[in-house]
Design a protein around this ligand. Sequence first.
Ligand SMILES: C[S@@+](CC[C@H](N)C(=O)[O-])C[C@H]1O[C@@H](n2cnc3c(N)ncnc32)[C@H](O)[C@@H]1O
Length: 223
Amino acid sequence: MTTGSVQDQLLAEQRAYYSALAPDYLDQGLELPGGAELADALDAFRPEGSVLELACGPGVWTRQLLRHASDVTAVDASREMLAIAASLVPDGAPVRFVEADLFTWEPDRRYDVVFMGFWLSHVPAERLESFWALVAAALAPRGRVFFADDGYRTPEELIEGPASSTIQRRTPDGTAYRIVKVPHEPADLERRLRELGWDITVTPTAGPFFWGAGNRAGGASPG
Ligand SMILES: C[S@@+](CC[C@H](N)C(=O)[O-])C[C@H]1O[C@@H](n2cnc3c(N)ncnc32)[C@H](O)[C@@H]1O
């Protein structure tokens, strides 16, 4: 078996995990310091215009984006997550939900803002560059990016040890799934994104969370 197909299997398991977790996802939030700062940072960023939300899950951020955006396209691989998100946005809200695998999906238009909530840490390091090429392809010339994330992993999740980004999570019924969780350090992530041609400031919060805001190097201002 090639490395590619091993990773494809892992990414399929990650998709299956979130679909299985969907009914319980909203009860599983990390009750850790720093979370509220992320929402404040997103409001201060003002995600205005047409917004693309990648890996929207059950739509917690979608509703916050709608406070600023003229329209939101929200993409996720999980039909179950998308159904919850669709049920939680207000009737008539300008949202288009798209069921797609972000490792193969290609945007059909460009956006003023690309937003990702707790997604970047689930992108394997080997796919980071191609993933950010997708973000670039989705952005209008002066488009901006905002992401929120964390590198939080419990000792029992580290089935391959702390150096591996493959961890194990369980749904509430005890079923185990392998997923990707890259423990990005804000300063290292900022440097890596600079290497990939992005001018994104990554800001840690009081707890394990961080957020990033910026644009293509030489593009628009993040604020
Ligand atoms: C940690 S959740 C984040 C959900 C939401 N953004 C939030 O912050 O609450 C990760 C999301 O990624 C989605 N996902 C996993 N693999 C995916 C893939 N290959 N393509 C698109 N979405 C995927 C899952 O269905 C899940 O909704």
